[in-house]
Write a protein that binds this ligand. Structure first.
Ligand code: SAM
Length: 242
């Protein structure tokens, strides 16, 4: 299962590569490039992350026109995903109160410097901080977080999610595949002029190498969690309260 030549380096994606480095995770990475990357996520996430489908299948059925539903987005980064979710829910006639958390000061500063969106608050915090404070949310979500975590961090995030979610947790991530890698490499290469000097392409490719297949993810999820695949290349780790 090696990628064809077509100008791309041959790369074996049969095994997960958790050691592949994402430059934006480096606390000393170039701040301008990081900001360009956050800006680029606003364009890339809607194309690759499939949240329209995820929202319709897993979140909208839990929204209620008669009351405000609380949502927690864990690891919100530049914040484009919770912004889009707040706007989508409002367009559909629902009231949501979204809390978007990230412990990274750079992400928090970027997200809070953007124009405010009604019903959305950014906080600089980790999921464990909210558990310690006894907070609960109807729905807990994340995007592109699972592949970042080492085994202990993943267990911690999932345990936190169970404590924080009243009804459901949905962690959406990339599904590793040679086709996804080839298409992202080519697409992000062509789109490079849109994100000059950002980490979008190298970090996106590293993310795919770090990401799970459905079977790998299922093998590391604790009881009560399941993997739902979503076309074209998403894994969703889903937990529902009993
Ligand atoms: C790749 S970024 C994803 C950003 C954003 N969700 C997106 O899709 O563009 C992952 C983020 O998760 C944050 N993170 C990691 N563990 C976390 C935890 N336990 N609680 C909250 N944020 C966490 C990191 O600081 C990082 O900014």
């Amino acid at each position: 299962m090696r990628l064809p030549a077509w100008g791309l380096p041959a790369l074996d994606l049969r095994e997960r590569r958790p050691a592949a480095v994402e430059q934006m995770d480096d606390p000393d990475c170039d701040l301008d490039a990081l900001h360009r990357t956050y800006r680029g996520f606003g364009v890339v996430n809607p194309v690759v992350a499939g949240w329209q489908l995820t929202y319709r299948r897993w979140i909208r059925p839990l929204l209620d026109p008669a009351r405000t539903v609380t949502v927690l987005d864990i690891g919100s980064g530049g914040g484009d995903r919770p912004r889009a979710l707040a706007r989508q829910a409002r367009r559909d006639g629902f009231r949501v109160n979204i809390t978007a958390i990230d412990p990274d000061a750079r992400a928090h500063a970027w997200a809070t410097a953007r124009p405010a969106v009604p019903g959305l608050a950014f906080r600089r915090a980790a999921s464990g901080d909210l558990v310690a404070a006894g907070e609960r949310y109807d729905v807990v979500v994340s995007n592109h977080l699972l592949h970042h975590l080492d085994p202990a961090e993943l267990d911690g995030l999932l345990a936190d999610s169970e404590r924080l979610a009243v009804r459901r947790a949905v962690h959406s991530d990339i599904r590793r595949s040679p086709t996804a890698y080839a298409l992202f490499s080519a697409g992000a290469g062509l789109a490079t002029p849109l994100f000059p000097g950002s980490f979008i392409r190298p970090d996106g490719l590293a993310s795919i190498r770090r990401s799970y297949t459905p079977a790998e993810l299922a093998a590391v999820l604790p009881p009560g969690w399941r993997v739902q695949t979503q076309l074209p290349w998403r894994n969703l780790a889903v937990w529902d309260a009993r």
